[in-house]
Design a protein around this ligand. Structure first.
Ligand code: LLP
Length: 428
């Protein structure tokens, strides 16, 4: 469920008409619903009731500080993958004690930053990274709380570009080596091994790969405990799939997911007090955002029609990058008797891949009409760019009948002002 509904023929975000936002700030823009963000966070957190659980929003899905803050206020932590995301999470008000740092290529500078703020946990993805952390922590006289991210070699059955848990992927320490690395890590200076982490991919529809990965993790926990070593945290990653509107199979259920966690990892031994960490991104932000654009032209041909809008692949790259489906709807409901055309909805960028929908049946739009691309709150604005020197897309947060521009459009002059002509070119 989300809070983008038609009210009196107008698509609204909560109580704000998207058309009113467009009139004030122009298009294209992303609009996010605070109520939907809260609801999704709450559904996830509620499903984990009874467990010692920390939900760390995967900031990569939507890193606007206002979005992070909406979730932090509900108690969410943050899962970050760069010094930049770490800085955002802190700025948004997430306490360092609720921030997890993931990623395969953390630099010395990023690791030093993480240690200096007293981060909750660094998820380590390789032995060289472990050595780097040990060196940096020792040099700074601190102890680094780490978890080993394991690669369980489980195929998540999702898009090839966002599958992370097989041995072909760069992520994590091979599960067959993890046991040995864990005991080695527990001897290293400056390191305190807290536990294990796993993340097998994104937009998972089938819950079975989660079960298999978590079972594998349970086996590892047993081996580690047998060695007399300690486990305090299990980070179970993100990846929970959401509906985009083109599914042929039912979307996964959070309660069933939580049940799998309880069954596989809920009871690992007497006296163990494990904290379970989760890193959902898409599940929280995906349906909490839409991308609103205006129709520039309707180009009707002998063989094909094109609806050309003012948003493009630089604003939302998912359709062209992953072949992802996003539902597109008119912001103002068309009146009775409007004819329907079949058209490709495309942007102005000079690439054939700049396409949001192919052969879509839609009420014939007119130039100036607004269209909303749904389910764009995750991996939308964060992946936007200024390709073709197009202004960087704006973002708006709605709360009830209020809205606020949480990232103004970055204009052409501002983009170009960061560049300069080399001194030797000035004399030409
Ligand atoms: N934790 C780790 C370590 C991750 O790598 C990811 C996502 C997540 C958590 C959050 O996964 P989620 O709950 O959002 O599925 N740009 C792609 C998705 C990339 C996902 C990368 N990792 C897309 O637009 O589909």
């Amino acid at each position: 469920m989300n809070h983008f509904e038609y009210k009196n023929g107008h698509l609204t975000a909560e109580d704000v008409r998207l058309g009113d936002i467009a009139a004030e700030i122009g298009t294209p823009f992303y609009a996010y619903s605070t109520a939907t963000l809260s609801r999704h966070y709450q559904i996830f957190a509620d499903a984990l009731r009874g467990m010692n659980a920390l939900v760390c929003f995967a900031v990569k899905a939507n890193s606007n500080i206002a979005v992070i803050r909406s979730l932090a206020r509900l108690g969410a932590g943050a899962d970050v993958v760069s010094g930049g995301e770490l800085t955002r999470a802190l700025k948004a008000g997430v306490p360092a004690a609720k921030i997890i740092f993931s990623g395969v290529g953390k630099t010395d500078e990023e690791l030093s930053l993480a240690l200096s703020i007293g981060i909750k946990q660094i998820n380590v993805e390789s032995v060289p990274e472990l050595e780097a952390i040990s060196r940096i922590a020792s040099a700074n006289g601190v102890v680094a709380p780490v978890a080993l991210r394991i690669n369980p070699d489980i195929d998540a059955g999702t898009h090839a570009k966002i599958t992370t848990g097989t041995l072909e992927n760069k992520f994590g320490i091979e599960w067959t080596l993890a046991h040995e690395v864990y005991s080695r890590a527990s001897q290293m200076p400056g390191i305190e091994v807290k536990g294990l982490a796993v993340h097998i991919g994104s937009q998972l529809h089938d819950l079975e790969p989660f079960r298999k990965a978590y079972e594998r993790m349970g086996d590892l926990v047993a081996m580690i405990l047998k060695d007399g070593l300690n486990i305090e945290t299990l980070d179970l990653g993100g990846g929970f799939g959401i509906p985009y509107g083109d599914e042929t199979a039912p979307v996964p259920n959070v309660e069933e997911y939580a049940q799998i966690v309880r069954e596989t990892l809920g009871n690992l031994g007497p006296g163990l007090d494990i904290e379970y960490i989760f890193e959902p991104g898409r599940m929280i932000a995906g349906n909490a955002g839409v991308l609103v654009s205006s129709v520039i032209y309707v180009k009707e041909g002998a063989t094909r029609n094109f609806v050309i809008v003012d948003a493009a692949m630089n604003d939302l790259i998912r359709p062209t990058l992953y072949g992802a489906y996003h539902e597109i709807v008119p912001v103002d409901e068309p009146g009775e008797g409007v004819d329907v055309i079949e058209a490709d909805v495309v942007g102005p960028i000079c690439e054939t891949g700049d396409i949001f929908a192919k052969a879509k049946s839609m009420p014939r739009p007119r130039p100036g009409d607004l269209l909303a691309v749904r389910t764009a709150g995750a991996y939308g604005a964060v992946q936007s760019s200024t390709y073709n020197t197009r202004p960087l897309v704006a973002e708006v947060l709605v709360n009830g009948d209020k809205f606020h521009v949480i990232r103004p459009r970055l204009g052409v002059e501002e983009i170009i002002s960061r560049e300069s002509i080399a001194p030797w070119q000035l004399t030409d």
